[in-house]
Design a protein around this ligand. Sequence first.
Ligand code: HEC
Ligand code: HEC
Length: 404
Amino acid sequence: MGKLLSPARGEMWVENGGSRDIQSPVRDVMRVFHPSKYPHHVPTGLGKTWGLSFSTHISPLTGLALLGTILLFSACQPQSELQHLPYQPEYLQAAHPPSFSPMRIPPDNPLTKAGVALGRKLFFDPILSKDSSIACSSCHQPELAFTDGKALSTGVDGRIGKRSAMSLLNVGFYAKGLFWDGRVATLEEQSLHPVRDTLEMRNAWPVLLQKLQTHAKYPALFRQAFGINNHKEIDSTLVGKALAQYERTLISADTKFDRVMREEAQFTAQEKRGWTIFFDASPAVPTSECSHCHVDPLFSTLNFENNGLVAALSLDDYPDKGRGIVTGNRNDNGLFRVPTLRNLKYTAPYMHDGRFKTLEAVLDHYASGGHPGTNVSPNVRKLKLSERDRADLIAFLNTLNDEN
Ligand code: HEC
Ligand code: HEC
């Protein structure tokens, strides 16, 4: 926090009012994926404290004395090239859809308007890849719920990746580890991976940082977002922080399902029956076991499970060991993080290896009980689902699509 806020103290006084007009990406994103109900632009407590300490608690005289000291101090300092630009962080509160647990945000990376704007620019900028051919958004496309529509992603030079790109909607709420195997804990750290991944952006950090530091626009944007004084302060940590801030604004919580839960809409009879099957909510319908793993509101426990997807003779034979790569525990081989079922309309093909193109194929898999294996969940077992049951389940799953 110290690093982030302390430069602001002086500069708020010296350069008050010179703020640049940054177009707010938050607003765009919110319009697409956020219900207007949730406040996003409300300053956090932090912002309010700032307002207080500057506007009421400091008398004009103290203010003048402070200003003098600061000017004197800065006169003795070697002039740094970005200091003339304003740094006035405008704090944003992460959206908090009522049914979701609050998003955990690291205290040293609070959301700011300029931070989110910078993260968004970086996210859509191919400058991050080795030959400037690929941006984060190439594999995480907003119109496909931030996936790429492919079974396996394609990186720089057309190299085929090992897994299917994941939707980034609601990723700020995924508190038990990121990626299909949960190998990374925070969004800040996650962002460092694709840049140097040889099957993704295939870049080297020193090369990218050099480009950003000497770029016509980025140094000023990093100044506005993080209060840096010199272009040389642009580092991978700040790139990661900005990307993480932007990703925390990608929220999808206004589906028909959410509106029904808020009693603002009603399921059709078919959707209602599908809901009943999905949640095993009545003995009058067949069981599906889905909600052991796909629990609302995220439609995932975020735990790692083997849903019997892959045929393997033994625990050592899974072609992608998934969670086992991370823990080194043989019993975790073949386990993958339970994915959300929100926005399935946009995220096909399905599963970590994109093997199923349709929801019908997914249901055929679950109804068959999947491939046997010592660590396959007991909740994956043969199901008696008629054509009608399957159609109803799919009708329910379609209420989880965010059509905004
Ligand atoms: C070449 C395609 C590609 C590019 C480019 C790419 N990603 Fe990904 N992304 C993926 C794939 C594939 C996965 C799943 C990888 C895995 O589980 O091993 C993933 C996973 C993620 C996740 C984890 C989501 C979750 O639910 O756990 C985040 C966050 C993410 N990417 C953000 C980014 C950011 C930020 C960038 C740009 C710096 C980026 N990605 C660039 C393909 C890509
Ligand atoms: C034991 C936990 C478990 C149960 C029960 C379960 N799933 Fe899954 N589901 C998973 C896991 C784990 C994955 C990812 C597997 C992989 O990619 O290797 C998954 C993936 C999916 C996907 C693909 C999502 C995507 O974005 O790729 C869909 C759709 C799905 N499940 C629907 C269902 C339905 C419908 C039911 C009930 C018939 C169900 N699941 C029951 C754990 C479970």
